[in-house]
Design a protein around this ligand. Structure first.
Ligand code: ADP
Ligand code: MG
Length: 718
């Protein structure tokens, strides 16, 4: 199965492939017999240095290599099967033709007792002198029937001196990700030459009980199965074991973190009393829904304990998360501590600040706003006031995470729209606690429901609360999809809504005019003012405007001085303008599903029904399916799951955003069952072995800490 270019005398000083002496997985690839410095440097450029790295370089797919067959048999099979498979024939070269051209080729006829096959090699000077009539050998490659002839292009060629070379059996051939000058076949050959010896050095870090309970193959077996599978099923089983290991490590890291936070850190105990509850409720201008009350109770229970709260609150757009946040913050203030509410954008921070301030008008609670656009003097006032305890509550953007921000006594930290903040931000907030040993309770809130897979993998250390159902009097906005050609109709209808005193959003994808031909804020606003929406008061907003300017536009819109807000997705999360009833989204095919759901959540928040019109021509069936899905479902959880499936976790929720190293083997969009097992196993393992401190787990612990320790801020006090 080796190409002639690969045959090289073995260097006796190097690792002999027949020997089964275990070799260190840390040994350099250059110590493998047949691997010179040039070849090993090519491995280095693939990021592979040691024999262990080779083992972990998993095939990206497999190719079926059919067992050796007679030429006529191979021809028949080729004619009847469509699947791309590699065929193997052996015989004698009969005729050879060298065709010189810009792509020189060698054409040869190979014959066995049954028939002949044409072999063609392009640009293969090393074969020029090897392929000549009378030579016998084995050819392997994809076969095609052309002009009645069976033909193989660029087959692998192995010359044979005598017929004792055994018949090649069928097998799966691993295909590795490769480079121009280090091809998959070469990688395969090197790996297979050391596989047996290397496997002897593989140590299973997982306890045997667990392996047998989950019916996993041993780690050694798994590596054998992925690199040299006997069947597709084996390759799959091997991969699944490795994916399990990878996910188990992630889950153990999450479980360790949870364990460490709960055991090594303390938070102030904020006991809820009927008196405090009543005082807080009197500040919230509406009755909390059952679901809001339930979540507030869950949070109050957490806050009463000295175990730091580490909770995720997910609730669809407009489910009323802010009131829950205020409830938690006021609990801290009632105990003489401070609270912070962190928002992902200036607009949202301003809005939260206003909400909180309005609720607290006339109370003694002092609220500070902190954003990046604050003037230096005002900033100093906030910084001093937070440090001295003059301010009870801070509302702002990530400017609040700055090193210069110190709290006198921070007891509750809330992060809104968690998917914009990573693990590190949570750690940064925790570090702002009362003192090193006394950390704040943290609550993260998200309106993009996190699909269960991602919740388990990236937020595995959090407890989860969910706000279900809609607020009283709210219905999901009715969503329609309209083709580009009917835009005029849409805007005529929009005008009638505006004439009735309603306010509308028009969302476009671009900030400025561009070559892509996408509608942009300024041109579209101008076009609408001159055309369909003549006479309406049109405002504009996008991410490149100064935040003070954005804030002014938002104020005007909220105050009813603007009828139409033409904007980009800057308003995607959180914006709350109760009188806004209609949203038109231009080029809707350019937005993600979860994003569209977020966007339309901005309308119909004030009791009047909301409408959302998606203008766009879906370019293909998938896009059409997405449109149908968003028009027919108002369930954010359902949409998020679908979005994950369509786009994959990478885009939906990059692991980059989570602050964790990316997964190499497991694929969250298909490995949910494995993830769920790994999660359960890690939970019970940490439950029993605490911080993974059992002697038997030390190596595993080292591996988990090595991979995730710094990203998750795990301490190594084993
Ligand atoms: P989100 O969960 O999207 O952050 P908000 O907290 O912004 O939702 O709430 C959406 C709107 O609903 C706000 O205007 C808020 O004042 C209002 N609201 C929240 N809870 C209730 C309730 N229990 N009854 C009536 N209105 C409510
Ligand atoms: Mg919100």
């Amino acid at each position: 199965m080796s190409g002639a270019e690969d045959s090289r005398p073995d260097d006796p000083r190097k690792v002999a492939s027949e020997s089964t002496t275990p070799i260190s997985l840390n040994a350099a690839i250059s110590t493998i017999s047949g691997v010179g410095s040039q070849l090993s440097s090519r491995f280095t450029s693939l990021g592979l240095r040691t024999i262990g790295d080779l083992l972990k370089h998993l095939p990206i797919r497999y190719e079926t290599e059919v067992a050796e067959a007679a030429v006529t048999e191979a021809k028949e099979a080729t004619e009847t099967t469509q699947a791309s498979v590699t065929r193997t024939v052996r015989g004698e070269i009969q005729k050879v033709r060298h065709v010189p051209s810009r792509r020189p080729r060698i054409e040869a006829l190979l014959a066995d007792e049954s028939g002949t096959i044409r072999l063609i090699w392009f640009n293969a000077p090393w074969l020029t002198r090897k392929i000549h009539p009378g030579v016998r050998g084995i050819a392997q490659g994809r076969a095609k029937v052309r002009g009645g002839y069976l033909e193989m292009v660029n087959p692998r060629w192995e010359e044979i001196q005598d017929e004792s070379v055994p018949t090649r059996g069928g097998r799966l051939r691993p295909i590795y990700s490769a480079t121009e000058d280090l091809q998959s076949a070469r990688i395969e050959k090197v790996i297979s030459s050391v596989l047996d010896c290397a496997l002897d050095s593989v140590v299973d870090l997982i306890r045997p009980e667990l392996i047998s309970r989950r019916e996993l193959v041993s780690l050694r077996e798994a590596y054998r199965m992925v690199h040299a599978p006997q069947s597709a099923l084996e390759a799959e089983r091997g991969r699944n074991r490795l994916a399990y290991d990878e996910l188990l490590c992630l889950q153990l890291a999450m479980a360790m973190r949870r364990w460490q936070v709960r055991n090594a850190m303390r938070a102030p105990s904020l006991e809820m009393s009927p008196g405090i509850e009543e005082k807080i409720r009197s500040r919230i201008p509406f009755e909390l829904t059952d679901s809001q009350q339930q979540v507030c109770r869950e949070i109050s229970e957490d806050l009463a304990s000295t175990i730091p709260m580490n909770r995720l609150l997910q609730g669809d757009v407009g489910s009323g998360k802010t009131a829950v946040a205020v409830h938690a913050m006021l609990t801290a203030v009632a105990h003489g501590h401070q609270a912070v509410l962190l928002a992902p954008t200036e607009i949202l921070a301003q809005q939260h600040l206003r909400t909180v301030e309005e609720m607290l008008v006339g109370s003694r609670v002092r609220v500070a706003g902190m954003t990046g656009s604050l003037r230096t003097a005002d900033r100093a006032v906030v910084i001093n006031g937070l440090a001295s305890g003059e301010f009870d509550i801070a509302v702002g953007t990530h400017a609040l995470l700055g090193e210069d921000i110190q709290f006198k006594s921070l007891a509750v930290a809330i992060i809104d729209e968690q998917h914009r903040f990573g693990v590190e931000q949570r750690a940064a907030l925790r570090a702002k606690g009362v003192c090193a040993e006394l950390v704040p309770h943290t609550l993260v809130m998200t309106a993009t429901p996190i699909p269960r897979t991602l919740a388990l993998s990236f937020f595995g250390d959090l407890d989860v609360s969910s706000l279900r159902g809609r607020l009283p009097g709210r219905t999901a906005p009715t969503t329609r999809v309209m083709p580009l050609g009917r835009s005029d109709e849409v805007y005529r209808w929009l005008k009638t809504r505006i004439d009735r005193g309603e306010q509308v959003f028009v969302v476009v994808p671009a900030i400025e005019e561009s070559q892509l031909g996408l509608k942009d804020v300024a041109s579209h606003a101008t076009a609408l003012a001159a055309g369909a929406l003549h006479g309406c008061r049109i405002g504009q907003m996008h991410g490149q405007m100064k935040s003070a300017e954005c804030a002014r536009v938002m104020d005007d819109f909220r105050g009813g001085l603007i009828d139409v807000l033409v904007c980009t997705i800057i308003i995607e999360v959180g914006v709350d303008v109760p009188n806004a009833t209609v949203m038109v989204i231009e080029h809707a095919e350019r937005f993600g599903l979860a994003q569209l759901h977020q966007l339309r959540g901005r309308v119909g928040r004030g009791g009047k029904p909301g409408f959302c019109v998606l203008i766009g021509d879906p370019p293909n069936e998938i896009a059409q399916g997405r449109f149908d899905a968003i028009a027919n479902s108002s369930d954010g959880f359902e949409i998020a799951e679908l979005d994950l499936k369509l786009r994959g976790p990478g885009e939906f929720f990059g692991s980059r955003q989570s602050g964790l190293p990316p997964l190499r083997i497991a694929d969250l969009s298909r490995d949910f069952a494995i993830l769920a097992n790994a999660h359960e196993d890690a939970q019970s393992w940490i439950g029993i072995a605490g911080d993974l401190n059992d002697k038997r787990d030390l190596q595993l612990r080292r591996r988990v800490l090595g991979m995730y320790g710094s990203a998750l801020g795990l301490s190594d006090v084993g």
